[in-house]
Design a protein around this ligand. Structure first.
Ligand code: ARG
Length: 402
């Protein structure tokens, strides 16, 4: 029987070389299928196909998952306010389950022997791909050629040229870049020294905030926790994220420069740009502030951190993630309303929020006249609240005297 391998193909140098390696003696596959999943990244389809064919792929399949990615992974990240280590909106971590699911599905249909990804042994993406492969194709063999053998960039370029695989300009870029609808992740090159300021060149979604146009204000409409409109114009989520990337990107909003703890224990210097994600999560949180009860908000913040860590470490397909989603969904039932966002250099500032379901009650919170707060009840509330504090203080005093 012909031995088939199905590859999560990006169109870049690494995965193009992988297509060819799989037919070399050391892997010896008969059939190699490249699967390119569109999650909203920039890519040249013709070029990617040409390169895959030159690398001797038997078939190149394009799978469009933009809307599915927006409506499933990006939507859940916004509902959860998912920011890994308080900063990173999980851009790459969100796309891997979608890509892997598509690749595993095709592999299973073809009865392929193996699924293949282009991740190295040092990163998080290998976890995300492999856990998702196994969740969708239990028992499948996973091959990671860049873990099996360490190739330098120059060796890869030399190999590609020898095989007649066109090496594109991006191969010359010192950065490792991953991108999708929700943002871009930029690593390596001069960024490896955490003292070096990120240069302007690798950014594509955001402009230098120092060159930002005059501030503007936009109104984001939400329904059950999800953004549905910008300035009254209703948009499908994928489109809305792209629109917000443009609007907020012009102000350099969502540029994130951080030292991040990878699952494998490495600290790495990461630069992200996720203007839409950051603006939308900021607005979503502001609407939750006026709708959720205190305890919902507190529980949700704790669970959001766990959710973010699970997804970061490759557990998108897990009962724990789904259980947290169920909690989050129950909190979002009334998160409908509007948020005013001022777009200014580097920041999206919330300047107003309103909802038909606000728990915020002006007559309770007001310092003006016409308020309804029961002042006399406050005295009793504090007397009882302070009982334990007084007992503890008295005990401390007694002990220091003794
Ligand atoms: N460190 C980020 C993450 O783990 C980004 C990884 C994306 N890969 C890249 N080649 N930049 O999600």
């Amino acid at each position: 029987m012909a031995r088939t391998a199905v590859v999560a193909y990006s169109g870049g140098l690494d995965t193009s070389c992988i297509l060819a390696w799989l037919k070399e003696d050391w892997y010896g596959f008969d059939e190699v299928v490249a699967v390119l999943v569109d999650v909203g990244q920039e890519f040249d389809l013709e070029e990617s196909i040409t390169r895959a064919k030159a690398a001797a792929a038997d078939d190149v399949l394009l799978v469009d998952r933009k809307d599915a990615f927006a409506e499933e992974q990006c939507a859940r990240a916004i509902l959860t306010n998912a920011l890994y280590e308080g900063k990173y909106p999980l851009v790459s971590a969100l796309s891997r389950p979608v890509i892997a699911e598509a690749v595993a599905g095709i592999a299973q249909d073809l009865g392929a022997e193996a699924v293949v990804h282009g991740c190295t042994g040092k990163g998080n993406d290998q976890l995300r791909f492999e856990l998702a492969f196994k969740a969708h194709y239990p028992g499948v063999k996973v091959i990671a050629p860049l873990r099996d053998r360490i190739w330098t960039r120059d060796e890869e370029i030399e190999y590609a040229l020898a095989k007649g695989i066109p090496v594109v300009q991006t191969a010359a870029s010192p950065y490792s870049i991953d991108e999708n609808l929700f943002g871009r992740a930029i690593e390596a090159g001069v960024l490896e020294d955490p003292w070096n300021a990120p240069p302007d060149e690798p950014y594509a979604l955001t402009a230098d905030p120092a060159q930002a146009p005059p501030p503007i204000e936009v109104v984001v409409g939400f329904e059950r926790g999800l953004p549905v409109s910008i300035d009254g114009e209703e948009l499908a989520l994928a489109e809305l994220i792209v629109r917000m990337n443009h609007l907020a990107g012009a102000y350099g909003i969502g540029r994130i420069d951080m030292i991040e703890n990878r699952a494998v224990g490495i600290k790495s210097r990461e630069v992200y740009e996720a203007p839409g994600a950051i603006a939308l999560i900021t607005a979503h949180q502001a609407l939750e502030d006026v709708v959720l009860t205190k305890d919902e908000a507190r529980l949700k913040a704790g669970l959001a951190q766990r959710w973010t860590e699970l997804v970061y470490e490759g557990r998108w397909f897990s009962p724990a993630r789904e259980a947290i989603d169920a909690f989050v969904d129950s909190t979002q039932r009334l998160v409908t309303g509007e948020v005013r966002l001022a777009l200014r250099p580097s920041v999206a500032v919330v300047t107003g929020r309103r909802s038909p379901h606000m728990l915020y009650a002006a007559d309770l919170a007001s310092y003006g006249t016409g308020e309804t707060f029961p002042h006399d009840a406050a005295e009793g509330f504090i007397r009882i609240s302070s009982l334990e504090t007084e007992l503890h203080a008295a005990r401390e005093r007694a002990e220091t005297r003794a």
